[in-house]
Design a protein around this ligand. Structure first.
Ligand code: F6P
Length: 474
């Protein structure tokens, strides 16, 4: 029987240490819902890190047993692997480079060695879980070397790779001391997917300029195989968000929040803590809105949810401090007894409470400096059951390629953002519903299930084409 093995750095379930022992909770992120239909199917498995340092052998066995029952296989990482492979090479070298923050990129041979070693560890874990006929789907920048490692061990295997973050221009990639190894690592796959055509073009350009390989119509010919490359814009589980927004619980939360906010209009911002998300820039724009359009004072509040992330990495700690300071300063300057300009939350919210926030927001403010896709924009759209509300979206989020009915802004142009915020708050209802209906049709149709199906069917085709090529007589 052919099975599918999903591999990502993080498992869809995370292990937590609580007063009552180890607990199992869903991880943040949209991938798990989309791939749930695959990895929970008969015999399939998801290989990844359970999100916590587990050293004790008995605990590791317990975690493995618990996860096995739910079709997952853990890769346990040591504290130094988490520091050097995850916080180090993945998030201090690749993450800033791929998001065009080269000034933050660290080049450290020791973290590179850890990255190679942990990719090898994942390779062994996948090999232990899979047979030669299985399909293996590898995800994201933490595992760029894994496709080639798997290919060496299983030359005939069907291997897909999807990158969830931007693939940057050749000029960024060429700065990486390990650029050749990283590109060759990805080329172990039969099909490589990106969110947008620009990321795909950048990848093809890097492969041709750095490896000298021919690339024609999204196909790369290596001396031994052909590799297919394509764009697959990721979607969300639309119905899950629409249902959550329609739920009794969300409506009740909304009522409570509205009463607490005394009828203020709502601008909503939801992100993981990350310098790529433009959170500080967004706060400055909101401050300028209150300066330039004093009529909004007392009338509009920014609800800003920042989900803690990568808090051991220095840049993330510095950003947290900057946000705390900005929020404090703006609130201190403008607040009244009855009104707060910014309602800031540094934590994650349960789905029904998020749904209530999405429901009540007049404006969804999604203004990353760089973002592979941005699923929050799509969640906001799916939650707008009455189709009222305006999405302001950065043109540098992958989602902007699809969501042309959003108000698209350049996140470096603060004046434009301030004016767009004002325009969104005064947009006639008819225009809001027209734009929202167009975006809902698109986000509903290309949901995460369609995304998964499309990738898997193209992977099968890419492999079949390769087999046919292999049987053509020379
Ligand atoms: O956007 C890329 C990504 O790796 C997602 O897959 C993930 O949900 C998110 O960043 C959070 O990353 P981390 O696993 O480092 O918390």
């Amino acid at each position: 029987m052919t099975r599918t093995i999903i591999v990502s750095n993080r498992l869809p379930t995370k292990v937590l240490r609580t007063d009552d022992g180890l607990a199992f909770k869903p991880s943040e992120g949209g991938l798990a819902t989309g791939l749930g239909s695959i990895y929970k199917a008969e015999g399939n498995v998801w290989v990844g890190w359970p999100g916590m340092f587990v050293e004790d052998a008995a605990e590791q066995e317990f975690v493995t047993e618990q996860l096995r029952a739910d079709s997952m296989a853990p890769v346990f990482l040591t504290e130094s692997e988490i520091r050097d492979y995850y916080e180090g090479f993945s998030n201090e070298t690749l993450w800033p480079t791929f998001h065009y923050f080269s000034q933050y990129a660290v080049y450290d041979a020791a973290t590179w060695e850890a990255y190679v070693a942990v990719n090898e560890k994942f390779c062994q874990a996948v090999l232990a879980q899979s047979g030669p006929d299985d399909t293996i789907w590898v995800h994201d920048y933490q595992l760029l070397l894994l496709p080639q490692m798997l290919r060496k061990a299983r030359p005939q295997a069907t291997i897909g790779f999807f990158l969830h973050i931007p693939f940057p221009s050749y000029e960024m990639v060429r700065a990486l001391p390990w650029r050749t190894q990283l590109l060759e690592g990805m080329l172990g796959a039969d099909l490589i997917g990106f969110h947008t055509f620009s990321y795909m073009r950048h990848f093809l350009s890097s492969v041709s300029q750095l490896l000298g390989l021919p690339t024609v119509n999204g196909q790369i010919d290596t001396p031994t195989r052909s590799v297919q490359v394509d764009a697959f814009p990721m979607g969300i589980d639309y119905q899950r968000f629409a249902d959550a927004a329609a739920s009794e619980a969300a409506q009740q939360h909304e009522q409570v929040y509205r009463e607490a906010l005394h009828g203020a209009r709502i601008v909503l911002s939801i992100d993981r803590l990350d310098y790529t998300k433009g959170i500080a820039e967004r706060l400055r724009a909101f401050e300028l809105l209150l300066q330039r359009f004093p009529e909004w004072r007392g009338q509009v509040s920014l609800i800003m949810v920042v989900v803690p992330s990568r808090d051991q990495v220095a840049q993330y700690q510095a950003l947290k401090e900057e946000i705390d300071e900005l929020v404090g300063r703006i609130n201190a300057q403008y607040r009244t007894i009855a009104w707060s300009p910014i309602q800031y939350f540094y934590r994650s919210f349960p789905l029904e409470e998020l749904a209530a926030l999405y429901r009540m927001a007049d404006v969804g403010l999604v203004t990353p400096i760089r973002d592979g896709m941005n699923l929050v924009a799509k969640e906001f759209i799916a939650s707008k059951l009455d189709r009222r509300g305006v999405l302001i979206l950065s043109e540098r989020a992958g989602a902007a390629r699809e969501l042309s009915d959003a108000l698209l802004i350049n996140p470096s142009d603060t004046d434009q953002l301030v004016q767009t915020l004002h325009d969104a708050l005064v947009m006639p209802e008819e225009e809001q519903t027209q734009r929202m209906a167009e975006m809902q049709a698109l986000v509903r149709r290309y949901d995460v299930f369609a995304w998964t199906q499309l990738f898997m069917s193209q992977l099968t085709e890419a492999k079949a084409r390769q087999r046919n090529l292999a049987t053509v007589p020379l």
